[in-house]
Structures are given as structure tokens and as C-alpha cells.
Design a protein around this ligand. Sequence first.
Ligand code: NAG
Length: 164
Amino acid sequence: VIIDLTYNKEEAVHFGTELTPTNVKDQPAVSYDANPDTYYTLSMVDPDAPSRKDPKFKEVNHWLVTNILGKDIKTGDVITAYLGSGPPNGTGLHRYVFLLFKQPKKLEFDEPKTEALSREHRLNFDVKKFAKKYNLGEPVAINFFKAQWDSYVDERNKKIKNKN
Ligand SMILES: *[C@@H]1O[C@H](CO)[C@@H](O)[C@H](O)[C@H]1NC(C)=O
């Protein structure tokens, strides 16, 4: 099942669509088939950091929202604020994977929070382990896009407060 993702009201993501860091600098509109009384967790990770050949930072946590009631992302608790793609120059295409989990109920999460322009707690995230810790089971919907370096990445990196 697909998570519907649209950047800038026009760039739809469909299992591997290639976008640029410029396209994805702001968080996408998200929609999916939801039970209105169920809580969901949405995760976006990059398993190809710093490159697909040597993914030693796998995974980078780009976005993590929990306790989303139905499909209204705004109702959720933001653990990791959205950070668009920032693949280093020369590392080729990275995959940015979105995973939606159904929660058994509203949960307390103890992961530290990360602000939008911070890199704190983002590297070496393990979404599988996270899902296991909270009994979220397998993802109920997914999607992903691919992106490689463009000049916006350098602009973005200048704004990031917390390098690691
Ligand atoms: C990006 O990398 C290429 C080589 O891979 C290099 O020629 C180019 O100067 C780099 N651009 C920037 C802005 O770093």
C-alpha cells in the first residue's frame, strides 16, 4: 500500500521518483488510507548515507512523527522534525524511504527530540529496532523517492546548527 506524498502541491512521489534536494526542502503533504480512530507513526529515513557504497551512517532519521490520529499528521507528536535530503556531492542517488506503522494504541515515546535544522540524533537510526521496541509490527504502507546532490544542499548545510 502506498503513502501518498506530494511536494510543493505538485511533485507526487511514486516508488522511486527522482526529485532534487531543492524539490524536497519543505515537508510533503501526506495522505494514506487510515482508520480515523487509530494512531499511526510515520518515519522517513535515508539508508544510503553517506553513500550507497559505504552506508556507515545508515539510517539517517529525516522525519519521525508518532501518535498521529488517523491521517491528520498535524495531530501527531513530532520526535524528529522534517529535514529534507542533503546527499553529499559525488555520492550519487540516495533513497529516501517513508514507512507508516499502525500503533496498537496511543504510546509514550522516550526518544529525544530533534529540531528541524539540527543534526542531533539523526545518524545511525534503526527504524526496524524502533518499530520492534514499540511493537509496531511491519509497516502498513510505504513509499520512497531518490535524490542526489544539488546546490541547495550546500545552502542548507550552512543553516544547520548542530553538525552531529
Ligand atoms: C561536485 O563534485 C564534482 C566532482 O564529483 C566537482 O567537479 C564539483 O566541483 C563539485 N561541486 C561542488 C559545488 O562542490
